[in-house]
Ligand binder design. Structure first.
Ligand SMILES: C[S@@+](CC[C@H](N)C(=O)[O-])C[C@H]1O[C@@H](n2cnc3c(N)ncnc32)[C@H](O)[C@@H]1O
Length: 221
């Protein structure tokens, strides 16, 4: 588990064992359907649609989606996260797939990783990162070399602009942005579409509540 960075961003340092213990209830069972208005089942559908036999998940949290999605038989699974607590929790959850784990700051180029993947999941990662979508889209640049030809990068992110937001969503987003847990105050649907379309092929972006669900194929060589 090589460490790439020890910088303690709030976007990842919040994921202590205690936070991870309540994450599934707070985010997947309560906030997704009631606040962001995107049932967790919609994001699980995205996993079921796109996971391949060689899957890389980045920003893994508790690993709930990988635990519940349908992988092809005997998948090769790799997990990357800046926070070792998240990595350990997710790896335990999907122990049956013998995942590889790597402490990686995806805001920096990913060095010394030669493997490529048929699918890369980046669910609920972008809205945690600071900056606007144009800045945080460096994540895509760092992951493109890890995407096999014809492979799909997919994920979901909570947006602040260009999507309908309930008053509860506005308030909770403000609170999380103040705490540094989210960095999505300037994240817009237009910028997300542009960031994906300028890098990938076959881009698809759908919105459910204030969540954007996206998928994109590897760029042509
Ligand atoms: C909101 S959780 C998402 C968990 C999971 N994907 C889900 O949707 O349930 C965000 C995850 O991204 C990780 N993370 C935050 N900043 C990161 C960075 N710069 N590089 C890699 N991982 C990061 C956090 O440690 C955390 O595990």
């Amino acid at each position: 588990m090589p460490a790439q960075s020890s910088k303690a961003y709030d976007s990842q340092s919040v994921y202590s064992p205690g936070t991870l213990a309540i994450y599934d209830t707070l985010v997947l069972r309560i906030s997704n359907p009631l606040v962001w208005r995107c049932p967790t089942s919609r994001i699980l559908d995205l996993y079921n649609q796109h996971v391949s036999a060689s899957h890389l998940d980045v920003g893994v949290g508790t690993g709930w989606y990988m635990d519940h999605c349908r992988f092809p038989p005997e998948p090769r699974l790799t997990l990357m996260d800046l926070n070792p607590n998240s990595l350990a929790a997710a790896a335990r959850r999907v122990e049956r797939y013998s995942p590889d784990t790597h402490v990686v700051d995806v805001l920096r180029p990913i060095e010394g990783h030669d493997a490529t993947y048929g699918s890369i999941g980046v669910t609920y990662l972008l809205h945690c990162l600071a900056g606007d979508i144009r800045q945080k889209a460096v994540v895509f640049d760092h992951l493109i070399p890890l995407l096999a030809p014809g492979g799909t990068l997919f994920g979901a992110t909570i947006l602040a602009q260009g999507v309908p937001r309930t008053s509860a969503a506005v308030k909770l987003m403000e609170f999380y942005n103040k705490k540094g847990i989210f960095g999505n105050a300037r994240d817009s649907l237009d910028d997300l579409r542009l960031a994906l379309a300028s890098r990938f092929n076959d881009v698809r972006v759908d919105t459910v509540g204030c969540v954007a669900l996206f998928s994109a194929r590897s760029p042509s060589p």
